[in-house]
Design a protein around this ligand. Structure first.
Ligand code: GLP
Length: 241
């Protein structure tokens, strides 16, 4: 694992965007695995800025997102589809037919997850997977568990995740309790992984995930075994390393 410690959130975002840009420039038809949450917002903003300057071309890029809340449709401003449209897709020249987010409106979890796994496979592998990090060590929505889930599946969100994500909703009762997420196995198959984390509140879990034992109770800890992981942290998130 490579660690890059940056000054602050903006610096972290710029470094992460640099790595994604390099991927797009060196392989214009690459497959990007994308993440939501508050952490990557600055990274996407930077990519859009470089696109507007003419430095980036998304026309051949394909994307697969990590996860989606079950029950939220595309127009719901808390859906991850909506997040991706508004933070990245609608601002760049990406072909929307090649952007994918699990279908939160599909009520049948088996179908939703099998369909999504097929889509990911059809691209022949993710070149670069961007990840955030949940306070309990989750990646995508792979919550602490007794084993590492292999493929896309439906999860019951933990109370701590529901609480952490409540800040984006009007009231906590509005936060969906289930989500569809790529499995750890799906994520692990990506050729390269780029994990970003910022803030003092992430310092404890960063240390646990990357300096502690590999344990499905800390899902991100499995990344220690991946051959090509870059972790970009700001000084606060790296403060306990
Ligand atoms: C959410 C998402 C994750 C994200 C994480 C951290 O629940 N499903 O993909 O990485 O929580 O979010 P944030 O970046 O807002 O701290």
């Amino acid at each position: 694992m490579r660690f890059i410690v940056t000054k602050d959130y903006n610096d972290m975002s710029r470094k992460a965007a640099n790595i994604i840009s390099a991927q797009i420039i060196t392989k214009p038809n690459c497959v990007l695995g994308l993440a939501t949450g508050s952490t990557p917002v600055g990274t996407y903003k930077q990519l859009v800025e470089w696109y507007n300057k003419g430095d980036l071309d998304f026309s051949e890029v394909s994307t697969v997102n990590l996860d989606e809340y079950k029950g939220l449709d595309h127009d719901n401003d808390q859906s991850y589809y909506y997040f991706m449209m508004n933070n990245l897709f609608k601002h760049v020249n990406i072909d929307l037919s090649r952007t994918h987010v699990p279908d939160g409106t599909e009520p049948n979890p088996e179908k939703a997850c099998a369909d999504y796994e097929k889509i990911v496979k059809s691209y022949g592998g993710i070149d670069l997977q961007l990840l955030g990090l949940g306070h309990n060590g989750h990646i995508g929505f792979n919550e602490p568990s007794d084993n590492f889930a292999k493929v896309t599946h439906c999860v019951d969100l933990t109370e701590s995740t529901i609480k952490a994500n409540a800040r984006f909703f009007e009231k906590i009762e509005d936060v969906p309790t289930q989500a569809y997420t790529m499995g750890i196995g799906t994520i692990f198959k990506a050729k390269r992984i780029l994990l970003i984390a910022s803030g003092k509140d992430k310092a404890e879990i960063v240390k646990k995930a990357f300096c502690g034992p590999i344990d499905p109770q800390v899902p991100a800890s499995i990344l220690q075994l991946h051959p090509d992981v870059t972790v970009v942290l700001d000084e606060d998130a790296a403060s306990l390393l």
